[in-house]
Design a protein around this ligand. Structure first.
Ligand code: ACM
Ligand code: ZN
Length: 538
Protein backbone atom coordinates (compact mmCIF):
# COMPACT_ATOMS: atom_id res chain seq x y z
CA UNK A 1 0.00 0.00 0.00
CA UNK A 2 2.83 2.32 0.99
CA UNK A 3 4.60 1.65 -2.34
CA UNK A 4 1.37 2.34 -4.19
CA UNK A 5 0.91 5.69 -2.47
CA UNK A 6 4.51 6.71 -3.26
CA UNK A 7 3.88 5.78 -6.89
CA UNK A 8 0.61 7.71 -6.91
CA UNK A 9 2.23 10.75 -5.33
CA UNK A 10 5.08 10.73 -7.80
CA UNK A 11 2.62 10.49 -10.67
CA UNK A 12 0.85 13.54 -9.34
CA UNK A 13 4.15 15.35 -8.91
CA UNK A 14 5.07 14.44 -12.46
CA UNK A 15 1.75 15.72 -13.71
CA UNK A 16 2.33 18.96 -11.84
CA UNK A 17 5.86 19.39 -13.13
CA UNK A 18 5.49 18.60 -16.83
CA UNK A 19 8.50 20.01 -18.64
CA UNK A 20 8.11 23.40 -20.26
CA UNK A 21 8.80 23.22 -23.98
CA UNK A 22 11.89 24.93 -25.35
CA UNK A 23 10.53 27.68 -27.61
CA UNK A 24 13.17 30.28 -28.27
CA UNK A 25 12.80 33.31 -30.57
CA UNK A 26 15.04 34.09 -32.37
CA UNK A 27 15.92 30.51 -33.19
CA UNK A 28 19.28 29.55 -31.62
CA UNK A 29 22.15 27.87 -33.45
CA UNK A 30 21.69 24.59 -31.57
CA UNK A 31 19.37 23.27 -28.88
CA UNK A 32 19.87 19.87 -27.23
CA UNK A 33 17.11 18.97 -24.79
CA UNK A 34 17.69 16.50 -21.98
CA UNK A 35 15.68 14.71 -19.30
CA UNK A 36 14.74 16.64 -16.18
CA UNK A 37 14.68 20.23 -15.13
CA UNK A 38 16.12 22.81 -12.77
CA UNK A 39 13.73 23.99 -10.10
CA UNK A 40 13.91 27.56 -8.88
CA UNK A 41 13.67 27.73 -5.13
CA UNK A 42 13.53 30.94 -3.18
CA UNK A 43 16.69 32.49 -1.89
CA UNK A 44 19.15 30.92 -4.31
CA UNK A 45 22.14 32.84 -5.53
CA UNK A 46 22.98 34.24 -8.96
CA UNK A 47 26.77 34.10 -9.13
CA UNK A 48 28.98 36.01 -11.54
CA UNK A 49 32.59 35.43 -12.41
CA UNK A 50 33.71 39.00 -13.03
CA UNK A 51 32.83 42.34 -11.41
CA UNK A 52 31.82 43.74 -14.83
CA UNK A 53 28.86 41.30 -14.84
CA UNK A 54 27.33 42.73 -11.68
CA UNK A 55 24.69 44.82 -13.59
CA UNK A 56 23.71 41.73 -15.61
CA UNK A 57 23.29 39.68 -12.43
CA UNK A 58 21.17 42.40 -10.83
CA UNK A 59 19.04 42.67 -13.98
CA UNK A 60 18.50 38.89 -13.97
CA UNK A 61 17.67 39.02 -10.28
CA UNK A 62 15.00 41.69 -10.95
CA UNK A 63 13.50 39.72 -13.84
CA UNK A 64 13.36 36.47 -11.88
CA UNK A 65 12.00 38.13 -8.76
CA UNK A 66 9.26 39.85 -10.76
CA UNK A 67 8.27 36.62 -12.44
CA UNK A 68 8.41 34.25 -9.48
CA UNK A 69 7.69 36.49 -6.52
CA UNK A 70 10.69 34.83 -4.80
CA UNK A 71 13.72 36.72 -3.55
CA UNK A 72 17.17 35.84 -4.91
CA UNK A 73 20.70 36.92 -4.04
CA UNK A 74 23.59 37.92 -6.27
CA UNK A 75 27.29 37.54 -5.53
CA UNK A 76 30.70 37.71 -7.15
CA UNK A 77 31.54 34.00 -7.12
CA UNK A 78 29.57 30.82 -7.52
CA UNK A 79 25.78 30.51 -7.63
CA UNK A 80 23.05 28.12 -8.70
CA UNK A 81 22.61 30.34 -11.72
CA UNK A 82 26.08 31.23 -12.87
CA UNK A 83 27.15 33.98 -15.29
CA UNK A 84 30.65 33.28 -16.50
CA UNK A 85 32.88 35.44 -18.69
CA UNK A 86 35.66 33.56 -20.49
CA UNK A 87 38.32 34.71 -23.00
CA UNK A 88 36.86 38.23 -23.16
CA UNK A 89 36.17 39.62 -26.64
CA UNK A 90 33.83 42.62 -26.74
CA UNK A 91 32.72 41.93 -30.30
CA UNK A 92 31.69 38.34 -29.69
CA UNK A 93 27.99 38.12 -28.83
CA UNK A 94 27.80 34.33 -28.71
CA UNK A 95 26.85 32.44 -25.56
CA UNK A 96 26.29 28.94 -24.27
CA UNK A 97 23.56 28.07 -21.79
CA UNK A 98 23.62 24.76 -19.94
CA UNK A 99 20.77 23.86 -17.64
CA UNK A 100 20.52 20.66 -15.63
CA UNK A 101 18.97 19.72 -12.32
CA UNK A 102 21.89 21.30 -10.41
CA UNK A 103 21.64 24.75 -11.94
CA UNK A 104 22.09 27.04 -14.93
CA UNK A 105 25.42 28.10 -16.39
CA UNK A 106 25.65 30.91 -18.96
CA UNK A 107 29.09 31.30 -20.50
CA UNK A 108 30.07 34.05 -22.94
CA UNK A 109 33.00 36.13 -24.15
CA UNK A 110 31.36 39.51 -23.56
CA UNK A 111 28.78 41.31 -21.44
CA UNK A 112 26.47 41.26 -24.47
CA UNK A 113 26.89 37.52 -24.82
CA UNK A 114 25.85 37.07 -21.19
CA UNK A 115 22.83 39.32 -21.83
CA UNK A 116 21.87 37.18 -24.83
CA UNK A 117 22.06 34.10 -22.60
CA UNK A 118 19.84 35.85 -20.05
CA UNK A 119 17.29 36.57 -22.81
CA UNK A 120 17.21 32.85 -23.57
CA UNK A 121 16.87 32.02 -19.86
CA UNK A 122 13.94 34.47 -19.63
CA UNK A 123 12.28 32.55 -22.46
CA UNK A 124 12.94 29.17 -20.80
CA UNK A 125 11.00 30.26 -17.73
CA UNK A 126 7.49 28.85 -17.74
CA UNK A 127 4.87 31.44 -18.56
CA UNK A 128 2.99 30.68 -15.38
CA UNK A 129 4.15 29.11 -12.17
CA UNK A 130 2.90 25.61 -11.54
CA UNK A 131 1.69 23.95 -8.37
CA UNK A 132 2.55 20.61 -6.96
CA UNK A 133 -0.11 18.79 -5.02
CA UNK A 134 0.16 15.95 -2.64
CA UNK A 135 -3.37 14.91 -1.86
CA UNK A 136 -2.36 12.88 1.17
CA UNK A 137 -0.31 15.51 2.95
CA UNK A 138 -2.53 18.34 1.76
CA UNK A 139 0.74 19.95 0.74
CA UNK A 140 1.16 22.16 -2.24
CA UNK A 141 3.78 24.62 -3.35
CA UNK A 142 4.42 27.04 -6.15
CA UNK A 143 6.78 25.57 -8.61
CA UNK A 144 9.08 27.12 -11.20
CA UNK A 145 11.19 24.82 -13.31
CA UNK A 146 13.11 25.16 -16.53
CA UNK A 147 13.98 22.28 -18.80
CA UNK A 148 17.41 20.67 -18.91
CA UNK A 149 18.96 21.84 -22.11
CA UNK A 150 22.22 22.87 -23.75
CA UNK A 151 21.98 25.86 -26.10
CA UNK A 152 24.79 27.22 -28.22
CA UNK A 153 24.06 30.42 -30.04
CA UNK A 154 25.45 33.42 -31.93
CA UNK A 155 23.85 36.16 -34.03
CA UNK A 156 24.04 36.48 -37.78
CA UNK A 157 23.92 40.31 -37.63
CA UNK A 158 25.25 42.59 -34.92
CA UNK A 159 22.71 45.34 -35.65
CA UNK A 160 19.22 44.27 -34.59
CA UNK A 161 17.16 47.30 -33.83
CA UNK A 162 14.01 49.29 -33.34
CA UNK A 163 13.64 53.00 -34.02
CA UNK A 164 11.10 54.95 -31.98
CA UNK A 165 9.77 58.42 -32.84
CA UNK A 166 8.69 60.18 -29.64
CA UNK A 167 8.38 63.47 -31.53
CA UNK A 168 5.09 63.05 -33.36
CA UNK A 169 3.65 61.51 -30.23
CA UNK A 170 5.51 61.44 -26.96
CA UNK A 171 6.44 58.43 -24.82
CA UNK A 172 7.45 58.73 -21.18
CA UNK A 173 10.71 57.41 -19.79
CA UNK A 174 8.79 54.53 -18.17
CA UNK A 175 7.11 53.60 -21.47
CA UNK A 176 10.47 53.77 -23.25
CA UNK A 177 12.06 51.52 -20.63
CA UNK A 178 9.27 48.97 -21.05
CA UNK A 179 10.01 48.84 -24.78
CA UNK A 180 13.72 48.35 -23.98
CA UNK A 181 12.82 45.43 -21.72
CA UNK A 182 10.76 43.85 -24.48
CA UNK A 183 13.60 44.38 -26.95
CA UNK A 184 16.06 42.69 -24.59
CA UNK A 185 13.80 39.62 -24.34
CA UNK A 186 14.16 39.14 -28.10
CA UNK A 187 17.86 40.07 -28.35
CA UNK A 188 17.23 43.36 -30.17
CA UNK A 189 20.28 45.43 -29.28
CA UNK A 190 20.02 48.85 -30.99
CA UNK A 191 17.50 51.45 -29.91
CA UNK A 192 17.47 54.26 -32.47
CA UNK A 193 15.90 57.28 -30.79
CA UNK A 194 14.51 59.90 -33.21
CA UNK A 195 14.70 62.91 -30.92
CA UNK A 196 13.88 65.88 -33.14
CA UNK A 197 11.59 66.69 -36.03
CA UNK A 198 9.24 69.36 -37.31
CA UNK A 199 6.74 68.75 -34.52
CA UNK A 200 9.15 69.21 -31.63
CA UNK A 201 12.60 68.89 -30.12
CA UNK A 202 12.61 66.20 -27.45
CA UNK A 203 16.17 66.41 -26.09
CA UNK A 204 17.16 69.09 -23.59
CA UNK A 205 20.09 71.08 -25.04
CA UNK A 206 21.79 73.26 -22.42
CA UNK A 207 23.23 75.61 -25.06
CA UNK A 208 19.78 76.20 -26.58
CA UNK A 209 17.24 75.84 -23.74
CA UNK A 210 14.44 77.46 -25.76
CA UNK A 211 14.30 74.36 -27.98
CA UNK A 212 12.45 72.52 -25.23
CA UNK A 213 10.65 75.55 -23.81
CA UNK A 214 6.94 75.34 -22.99
CA UNK A 215 5.75 76.60 -26.35
CA UNK A 216 8.29 74.54 -28.34
CA UNK A 217 8.22 71.04 -26.81
CA UNK A 218 4.44 71.37 -26.35
CA UNK A 219 2.03 72.16 -29.17
CA UNK A 220 -1.59 72.60 -30.13
CA UNK A 221 -3.44 69.65 -31.63
CA UNK A 222 -2.33 69.02 -35.21
CA UNK A 223 -3.84 67.02 -38.06
CA UNK A 224 -2.25 63.77 -36.80
CA UNK A 225 -3.87 64.21 -33.40
CA UNK A 226 -7.22 64.81 -35.06
CA UNK A 227 -6.82 61.67 -37.20
CA UNK A 228 -6.05 59.66 -34.06
CA UNK A 229 -9.07 61.09 -32.25
CA UNK A 230 -11.33 60.41 -35.24
CA UNK A 231 -10.21 56.79 -35.24
CA UNK A 232 -10.61 56.54 -31.48
CA UNK A 233 -14.24 57.62 -31.88
CA UNK A 234 -15.00 55.62 -35.01
CA UNK A 235 -13.47 52.39 -33.72
CA UNK A 236 -14.31 52.98 -30.07
CA UNK A 237 -10.59 52.48 -29.50
CA UNK A 238 -9.03 54.12 -26.41
CA UNK A 239 -5.55 53.24 -27.70
CA UNK A 240 -6.01 56.02 -30.30
CA UNK A 241 -6.77 58.72 -27.75
CA UNK A 242 -4.18 61.38 -26.95
CA UNK A 243 -3.08 60.70 -23.34
CA UNK A 244 -3.96 63.45 -20.88
CA UNK A 245 -0.72 62.88 -18.99
CA UNK A 246 1.13 64.67 -21.81
CA UNK A 247 -0.94 67.86 -21.63
CA UNK A 248 0.25 70.98 -19.90
CA UNK A 249 -1.30 74.38 -19.25
CA UNK A 250 1.02 76.92 -20.88
CA UNK A 251 0.49 80.59 -20.15
CA UNK A 252 -0.82 82.44 -23.18
CA UNK A 253 -1.49 79.19 -25.09
CA UNK A 254 -3.87 77.13 -22.96
CA UNK A 255 -3.58 73.34 -22.87
CA UNK A 256 -0.75 72.05 -25.06
CA UNK A 257 0.43 68.52 -25.85
CA UNK A 258 4.03 67.31 -25.73
CA UNK A 259 7.07 66.75 -23.56
CA UNK A 260 10.82 66.36 -23.70
CA UNK A 261 13.57 64.38 -22.01
CA UNK A 262 15.87 66.18 -19.60
CA UNK A 263 19.54 65.29 -19.85
CA UNK A 264 19.26 63.37 -16.55
CA UNK A 265 16.37 61.34 -17.99
CA UNK A 266 18.37 60.60 -21.12
CA UNK A 267 21.32 59.40 -19.03
CA UNK A 268 18.92 57.22 -17.09
CA UNK A 269 17.48 55.64 -20.27
CA UNK A 270 20.99 55.13 -21.71
CA UNK A 271 22.09 53.39 -18.49
CA UNK A 272 18.96 51.24 -18.36
CA UNK A 273 19.52 50.18 -21.97
CA UNK A 274 23.22 49.47 -21.41
CA UNK A 275 22.45 47.06 -18.57
CA UNK A 276 20.26 45.17 -21.05
CA UNK A 277 23.00 45.15 -23.71
CA UNK A 278 21.25 47.78 -25.84
CA UNK A 279 23.05 50.71 -27.49
CA UNK A 280 20.99 53.89 -27.80
CA UNK A 281 21.60 55.52 -31.18
CA UNK A 282 20.45 59.15 -31.05
CA UNK A 283 19.16 60.96 -34.11
CA UNK A 284 18.99 64.73 -34.36
CA UNK A 285 17.71 65.18 -37.89
CA UNK A 286 19.57 67.78 -40.02
CA UNK A 287 19.42 69.69 -42.30
CA UNK A 288 15.73 68.89 -42.93
CA UNK A 289 12.93 67.65 -40.66
CA UNK A 290 13.75 70.25 -38.05
CA UNK A 291 10.97 72.81 -38.37
CA UNK A 292 10.75 73.06 -34.58
CA UNK A 293 14.37 74.28 -34.29
CA UNK A 294 13.88 76.67 -37.23
CA UNK A 295 10.69 78.01 -35.64
CA UNK A 296 12.45 78.48 -32.31
CA UNK A 297 15.51 80.21 -33.80
CA UNK A 298 14.32 81.89 -36.98
CA UNK A 299 17.92 82.68 -38.02
CA UNK A 300 18.37 78.95 -38.72
CA UNK A 301 16.09 79.10 -41.73
CA UNK A 302 16.94 80.55 -45.18
CA UNK A 303 14.08 83.04 -45.14
CA UNK A 304 14.23 83.60 -41.38
CA UNK A 305 10.55 82.72 -41.20
CA UNK A 306 10.90 79.50 -39.23
CA UNK A 307 10.52 77.14 -42.17
CA UNK A 308 12.93 74.20 -42.55
CA UNK A 309 15.50 73.15 -43.75
CA UNK A 310 18.49 74.76 -42.06
CA UNK A 311 20.17 77.47 -44.10
CA UNK A 312 23.54 75.96 -44.97
CA UNK A 313 24.91 79.26 -46.24
CA UNK A 314 25.19 80.69 -42.74
CA UNK A 315 28.10 79.84 -40.42
CA UNK A 316 25.83 80.34 -37.41
CA UNK A 317 23.87 77.26 -38.57
CA UNK A 318 27.02 75.15 -38.62
CA UNK A 319 27.89 76.41 -35.13
CA UNK A 320 24.36 75.49 -33.97
CA UNK A 321 24.73 71.97 -35.35
CA UNK A 322 28.13 71.49 -33.72
CA UNK A 323 26.94 72.71 -30.34
CA UNK A 324 23.86 70.46 -30.40
CA UNK A 325 25.92 67.42 -31.38
CA UNK A 326 28.51 68.30 -28.68
CA UNK A 327 25.79 67.64 -26.11
CA UNK A 328 24.63 64.52 -27.97
CA UNK A 329 28.19 63.18 -27.74
CA UNK A 330 28.24 63.82 -24.00
CA UNK A 331 24.97 62.00 -23.39
CA UNK A 332 25.31 58.99 -25.66
CA UNK A 333 28.49 56.96 -25.26
CA UNK A 334 28.08 54.87 -28.42
CA UNK A 335 30.02 54.84 -31.66
CA UNK A 336 27.11 55.81 -33.95
CA UNK A 337 25.15 59.06 -34.07
CA UNK A 338 22.53 59.65 -36.74
CA UNK A 339 22.34 62.94 -38.63
CA UNK A 340 19.05 61.90 -40.28
CA UNK A 341 19.37 63.75 -43.59
CA UNK A 342 16.10 62.52 -45.13
CA UNK A 343 13.50 64.31 -47.25
CA UNK A 344 15.22 67.69 -47.38
CA UNK A 345 13.41 70.41 -49.31
CA UNK A 346 16.63 71.43 -51.12
CA UNK A 347 14.74 73.74 -53.48
CA UNK A 348 14.73 76.36 -50.72
CA UNK A 349 18.53 76.50 -50.95
CA UNK A 350 18.45 77.27 -54.66
CA UNK A 351 16.36 80.35 -53.80
CA UNK A 352 18.62 81.55 -50.96
CA UNK A 353 21.43 84.00 -51.68
CA UNK A 354 23.53 82.74 -48.75
CA UNK A 355 23.18 79.10 -49.77
CA UNK A 356 23.99 80.02 -53.39
CA UNK A 357 27.11 81.80 -52.15
CA UNK A 358 28.18 78.66 -50.25
CA UNK A 359 27.65 76.52 -53.35
CA UNK A 360 29.90 78.89 -55.28
CA UNK A 361 32.60 79.32 -52.68
CA UNK A 362 32.87 75.57 -52.06
CA UNK A 363 32.89 74.78 -55.81
CA UNK A 364 29.74 72.66 -55.55
CA UNK A 365 27.60 71.66 -58.50
CA UNK A 366 24.12 71.87 -57.05
CA UNK A 367 21.96 71.70 -53.93
CA UNK A 368 22.47 67.91 -53.58
CA UNK A 369 26.18 68.58 -53.30
CA UNK A 370 25.40 71.27 -50.73
CA UNK A 371 23.75 68.67 -48.50
CA UNK A 372 26.69 66.30 -49.12
CA UNK A 373 29.09 69.15 -48.17
CA UNK A 374 27.21 69.60 -44.87
CA UNK A 375 27.11 65.86 -44.16
CA UNK A 376 30.83 65.47 -44.82
CA UNK A 377 31.63 68.50 -42.67
CA UNK A 378 29.56 67.05 -39.85
CA UNK A 379 31.13 63.65 -40.37
CA UNK A 380 34.59 65.17 -39.80
CA UNK A 381 33.23 66.76 -36.63
CA UNK A 382 31.72 63.45 -35.48
CA UNK A 383 34.99 61.61 -36.22
CA UNK A 384 37.01 64.21 -34.31
CA UNK A 385 34.81 63.32 -31.32
CA UNK A 386 35.37 59.60 -31.80
CA UNK A 387 31.96 58.97 -33.42
CA UNK A 388 30.74 57.57 -36.70
CA UNK A 389 28.00 59.18 -38.73
CA UNK A 390 24.85 57.45 -39.81
CA UNK A 391 22.05 58.81 -41.99
CA UNK A 392 18.93 57.93 -44.01
CA UNK A 393 19.71 56.84 -47.57
CA UNK A 394 19.29 60.33 -49.08
CA UNK A 395 22.77 61.13 -47.69
CA UNK A 396 24.13 59.15 -50.64
CA UNK A 397 22.93 61.82 -53.04
CA UNK A 398 25.60 64.35 -53.96
CA UNK A 399 28.41 62.04 -52.81
CA UNK A 400 29.28 60.43 -49.49
CA UNK A 401 32.47 59.57 -47.65
CA UNK A 402 33.15 55.81 -47.37
CA UNK A 403 33.06 55.79 -43.60
CA UNK A 404 29.43 56.94 -43.31
CA UNK A 405 26.77 54.31 -42.64
CA UNK A 406 23.46 54.37 -44.48
CA UNK A 407 19.98 53.43 -43.30
CA UNK A 408 18.25 52.02 -46.37
CA UNK A 409 14.61 53.01 -45.81
CA UNK A 410 13.26 53.75 -49.31
CA UNK A 411 12.06 50.29 -50.21
CA UNK A 412 10.95 51.66 -53.59
CA UNK A 413 14.63 52.44 -54.39
CA UNK A 414 15.90 48.84 -54.39
CA UNK A 415 19.26 49.86 -55.81
CA UNK A 416 20.29 51.88 -52.73
CA UNK A 417 21.97 48.99 -50.92
CA UNK A 418 23.63 47.79 -54.11
CA UNK A 419 25.04 51.28 -54.76
CA UNK A 420 26.06 52.05 -51.18
CA UNK A 421 27.88 48.75 -50.65
CA UNK A 422 29.52 48.99 -54.08
CA UNK A 423 30.94 52.33 -52.87
CA UNK A 424 32.20 50.63 -49.69
CA UNK A 425 29.60 52.08 -47.30
CA UNK A 426 28.03 50.03 -44.53
CA UNK A 427 24.24 49.68 -44.59
CA UNK A 428 21.56 49.03 -41.98
CA UNK A 429 18.42 47.66 -43.64
CA UNK A 430 15.01 49.09 -42.74
CA UNK A 431 13.10 49.23 -46.05
CA UNK A 432 9.54 50.45 -45.59
CA UNK A 433 8.38 47.56 -47.74
CA UNK A 434 9.05 45.25 -44.78
CA UNK A 435 10.15 47.13 -41.70
CA UNK A 436 7.98 50.20 -41.16
CA UNK A 437 6.02 49.03 -38.16
CA UNK A 438 3.75 52.07 -38.29
CA UNK A 439 2.39 50.79 -41.62
CA UNK A 440 -0.98 49.05 -41.50
CA UNK A 441 -0.94 45.28 -41.00
CA UNK A 442 -3.25 42.55 -42.19
CA UNK A 443 -3.29 38.82 -41.58
CA UNK A 444 -0.49 38.32 -44.14
CA UNK A 445 1.93 40.97 -42.89
CA UNK A 446 3.87 38.75 -40.53
CA UNK A 447 4.51 36.11 -43.15
CA UNK A 448 5.46 38.80 -45.68
CA UNK A 449 8.18 39.99 -43.29
CA UNK A 450 9.32 36.50 -42.31
CA UNK A 451 9.57 35.11 -45.83
CA UNK A 452 10.88 38.33 -47.38
CA UNK A 453 14.36 38.87 -48.80
CA UNK A 454 15.12 41.85 -46.59
CA UNK A 455 18.79 41.42 -47.43
CA UNK A 456 18.91 42.09 -51.20
CA UNK A 457 19.81 38.91 -53.07
CA UNK A 458 22.02 40.56 -55.68
CA UNK A 459 24.96 41.43 -53.39
CA UNK A 460 28.42 39.90 -53.75
CA UNK A 461 30.05 38.28 -50.66
CA UNK A 462 32.18 41.44 -50.29
CA UNK A 463 29.08 43.65 -50.36
CA UNK A 464 27.29 41.35 -47.90
CA UNK A 465 30.05 41.99 -45.37
CA UNK A 466 28.96 45.64 -45.36
CA UNK A 467 25.42 44.82 -44.24
CA UNK A 468 25.50 45.63 -40.54
CA UNK A 469 22.03 44.29 -39.86
CA UNK A 470 18.44 45.48 -39.77
CA UNK A 471 15.96 47.45 -37.74
CA UNK A 472 12.29 48.32 -37.85
CA UNK A 473 11.08 51.91 -37.60
CA UNK A 474 8.11 53.02 -35.52
CA UNK A 475 7.03 56.44 -36.76
CA UNK A 476 4.41 57.74 -34.41
CA UNK A 477 2.21 60.20 -36.32
CA UNK A 478 -0.68 57.79 -35.81
CA UNK A 479 0.61 56.03 -32.70
CA UNK A 480 -0.45 58.16 -29.73
CA UNK A 481 -0.21 55.61 -26.91
CA UNK A 482 1.92 52.75 -25.66
CA UNK A 483 -1.03 50.38 -26.23
CA UNK A 484 -1.23 51.39 -29.90
CA UNK A 485 2.54 51.05 -30.21
CA UNK A 486 2.39 47.52 -28.87
CA UNK A 487 -0.40 46.67 -31.33
CA UNK A 488 1.75 47.91 -34.22
CA UNK A 489 5.04 46.41 -33.02
CA UNK A 490 4.00 42.98 -31.75
CA UNK A 491 4.22 40.29 -32.89
CA UNK A 492 6.07 41.80 -35.88
CA UNK A 493 9.12 42.46 -33.71
CA UNK A 494 9.51 38.71 -33.15
CA UNK A 495 9.77 38.12 -36.90
CA UNK A 496 12.32 40.96 -37.13
CA UNK A 497 14.32 39.45 -34.25
CA UNK A 498 14.61 36.13 -36.08
CA UNK A 499 15.37 37.75 -39.46
CA UNK A 500 18.25 39.63 -37.84
CA UNK A 501 19.65 36.90 -35.58
CA UNK A 502 19.16 33.58 -37.36
CA UNK A 503 20.93 32.89 -40.67
CA UNK A 504 18.59 33.03 -43.69
CA UNK A 505 19.27 29.34 -44.43
CA UNK A 506 17.85 28.43 -40.99
CA UNK A 507 14.72 30.57 -41.27
CA UNK A 508 11.57 28.52 -41.81
CA UNK A 509 8.03 29.80 -41.42
CA UNK A 510 6.77 26.32 -40.51
CA UNK A 511 9.30 26.13 -37.71
CA UNK A 512 8.77 29.74 -36.59
CA UNK A 513 4.99 29.72 -36.50
CA UNK A 514 4.42 27.26 -33.61
CA UNK A 515 7.14 28.98 -31.59
CA UNK A 516 5.42 32.29 -32.27
CA UNK A 517 2.07 30.91 -31.09
CA UNK A 518 3.68 29.82 -27.83
CA UNK A 519 5.21 33.28 -27.46
CA UNK A 520 1.85 34.98 -27.80
CA UNK A 521 0.98 33.46 -24.41
CA UNK A 522 4.16 34.99 -23.03
CA UNK A 523 3.19 38.38 -24.50
CA UNK A 524 -0.25 37.94 -22.87
CA UNK A 525 1.37 37.25 -19.52
CA UNK A 526 3.51 40.37 -19.94
CA UNK A 527 0.40 42.44 -20.66
CA UNK A 528 1.52 43.33 -24.18
CA UNK A 529 -1.42 44.35 -26.35
CA UNK A 530 -0.25 42.74 -29.58
CA UNK A 531 -2.24 42.33 -32.77
CA UNK A 532 -3.77 38.83 -32.92
CA UNK A 533 -2.56 36.65 -35.79
CA UNK A 534 -5.99 36.50 -37.35
CA UNK A 535 -8.49 39.28 -37.11
CA UNK A 536 -10.76 38.08 -39.91
CA UNK A 537 -13.20 35.25 -39.34
CA UNK A 538 -12.01 32.13 -41.16
C1 ACM B 1 11.93 58.43 -43.32
O1 ACM B 1 10.99 57.61 -43.22
N1 ACM B 1 11.69 59.67 -43.74
C2 ACM B 1 13.30 58.07 -42.99
ZN1 ZN C 1 20.01 79.40 -47.09
Amino acid sequence: MKRLSILFTSLLLCAGTAMAAVNIIPKPTSVVEKEGEFVFTKGFTIGYSDASLEPAATYLQEVLENETGFRFKTKLGKGKVQLSLVLPDENDESYELVCDKKGVLITAHSYRGIINGIATLRQLMPIKCRRNYCMFGGFHKFYWGIPSVTIKDAPNFHWRGLMLDPVRHFFSVEETKRLLDQMALYKLNKFHWHLSDNEGFRMEVKAYPELTGDSMAWRRFNSHDRQCLDRAAKENNPAMLIPWKFFKEVEGFGELYGGYYTQDEIRDVVKYAAVRGIDVIPEIDMPGHNGSACWCYRWLSCTQDGREPLCLGRNSTIEFAEKVYDEVFQLFPYEYVSIGGDEVNRRRWSECSECKKRIESEGLKDVSELQAWFTKKMEKYFNAHGRRILGWDEILEGGLSKTATVHWWRGDHPDVTQKATAMGNEVVLCPFTFLYFDYAQDDNTLRHIYDGDIVPVDLTPEQLKLIKGMQANIWCERIPTEARMQWMVFPRALALAEKAWTPRSEQSWDDFFPRLQAHLKRLDAMGIQYRPLQTKRP
